[in-house]
Design a binder for this molecule. Structure first.
Ligand code: EPZ
Length: 417
């Protein structure tokens, strides 16, 4: 298994271009199941998760191509409604094929995604929403089976905002009979990107980006060409890396409006942040101030940036309180950071108290999940000496050409196969 070796203590400097957003591309590719024709997606990141969902769609009978960040999906040949365990277990977001399959074919059998390192990740809200639209749901032998002659529009109220739950039910509702209203819907930019794409295909959707989304069902959708939005979490990851190494980095091809929660907290920590239309410059400062954060649904501070920000707080001037309010087990990276000399106290209430230390110590560490691996890279960039990160396949799920991008900014980083 690949490892990443980092000789830390160098300031990052230069320019980096942000790739398309993994968490926008995945629902877009799933949405092509709804279309009897070929959709084209541009600015698709070249990631393990993208190739996983491509394999899943091809197993269902779709024909896909992927070249130079352009993916085409021809859904006209889909003849199978079963997403098998072996494919779903590789990527939980495969649950996103459930809504489109039921909407188009009236039948779907999708392996229960199961949990992951950061939490149980239940899908109960996806299923109760489909039942509200008239689907009959059975769960047996680790599979979800959903059937519906024809889905019928309904009111759906989410207990808490769910990103893929909102996406799944938006895709189910676009071909349903009548009107569907999603209340307490997730507001992430990836939801807006999906709603824009579905509208291009002929769907009637209003309110995406707010907590109330209204969908008027239509008889069918048509092929469309869609551009994937920039990855706001990759953007945030490079912003925090620049601040943590006291560097000076221009992050290009991003959307500053999508990462306001992180901009706000980085400024509070003392970093200089200059915002332009499609780029952000971050200049780190010697004296990093401790800042408290609570992760929240968008537009709050994103849970997917918690691990990276914790690495910065490890070298801050006082104590930072980090409250992870979204997932029940998203502090695994803290134990590895402590092996690098970080001073972190964890409580059962998902609170981490991070007391800043003068510097981190290079060490061999292990990545446990996608964003934890980014946190360990940032810590490795800070720590003087050689840090070796194992299980970096986690990183390759969500960050394209990560070592090339960091090396272009002056990092001494290499992949060891
Ligand atoms: C999406 O996951 C993202 N993944 C995650 O990014 C992200 O961390 C998460 O949203 C929160 O922003 C994709 O978009 C592919 P949720 P999702 O449903 O949709 C609970 C990354 O690193 N919940 O918004 O699975 C759930 O347990 C990944 O790129 C239920 O209880 O997250 C969690 O506590 C990690 N029942 C909360 O809601 C449900 O039916 C929010 O989860 C659904 C969710």
């Amino acid at each position: 298994m690949d490892k990443i070796q980092i000789n830390g203590g160098r300031k990052l400097a230069g320019e980096v271009f942000i790739s398309g957003a993994k968490n926008a591309a995945l629902p877009l590719i799933a949405a092509s199941i709804l279309v009897d024709g070929t959709c084209e997606f541009t600015n698709v990141p070249d990631l393990i998760d993208i190739h996983s969902i491509r394999l899943l769609l091809e197993d269902l009978g779709a024909r896909c191509t992927f070249d130079n960040h352009v993916m085409t999906v021809d859904g006209s040949g889909i003849h199978k409604i079963e997403a098998e365990y072996d494919l779903v277990r590789k990527m939980r977001a495969s649950i996103l094929v459930l809504g489109p399959l039921v909407a188009r074919f009236g039948h779907a059998k999708v392996s229960l995604p199961g949990g992951c390192a950061i939490g149980a990740r239940p899908v109960n809200m996806h299923l109760t929403g489909l039942e509200a639209l008239g689907a009959k749901i059975d769960i047996y032998h680790g599979y979800i089976e959903a059937r519906a002659e024809k889905l019928t529009g309904s009111e759906i109220y989410f207990d808490t905002p769910t990103v893929t739950g909102t996406e799944n039910l938006m895709m189910a509702a676009v071909l349903a009979k009548g009107k569907t209203v999603l209340r307490n819907a997730a507001r992430e930019p990836e939801i807006v990107c999906l709603a824009d794409a579905l509208s291009r295909m002929g769907a009637k959707i209003s309110g995406a980006g707010s907590a109330i989304i209204t969908i008027e069902g239509v008889p069918h959708l048509s092929p469309a060409q869609v551009t994937v939005i920039p990855d706001r979490i990759e953007t945030g990851t490079f912003m925090v890396s620049a601040a943590a190494t006291r560097g000076n980095v221009l992050i290009k091809g991003c959307d500053p409006h999508h990462i306001g929660g992180v901009i706000n907290k980085l400024k509070a920590s003392g970093a200089e942040v200059e915002i332009y239309d499609d780029r952000i410059r971050v200049k780190g400062v010697e004296h990093v101030r401790s800042v408290d954060i609570t992760t929240l649904p968008y537009p709050g501070f994103p849970t997917d940036m918690q691990a990276q920000f914790m690495a910065l707080m490890c070298i801050a001037d006082s104590t930072s309180i980090i409250h992870e309010s979204i997932f029940e087990n998203r502090f695994i990276h803290a134990n590895e950071l402590m092996r690098m000399g970080a001073d972190i106290m964890l409580s059962r209430a998902n609170i981490a108290k991070v007391k800043g230390v003068a510097e981190l110590q290079a060490a061999p560490v292990m990545a446990s999940d996608l964003r934890a691996s980014a946190s360990l890279v940032i810590a490795g960039l800070i720590a003087k000496g050689t840090t070796l990160i194992s299980r970096v396949y986690h990183m390759d799920r969500g960050y394209e050409a990560i070592e090339e991008k960091f090396c272009a900014l002056g990092a001494d980083m290499q992949r060891i196969r």
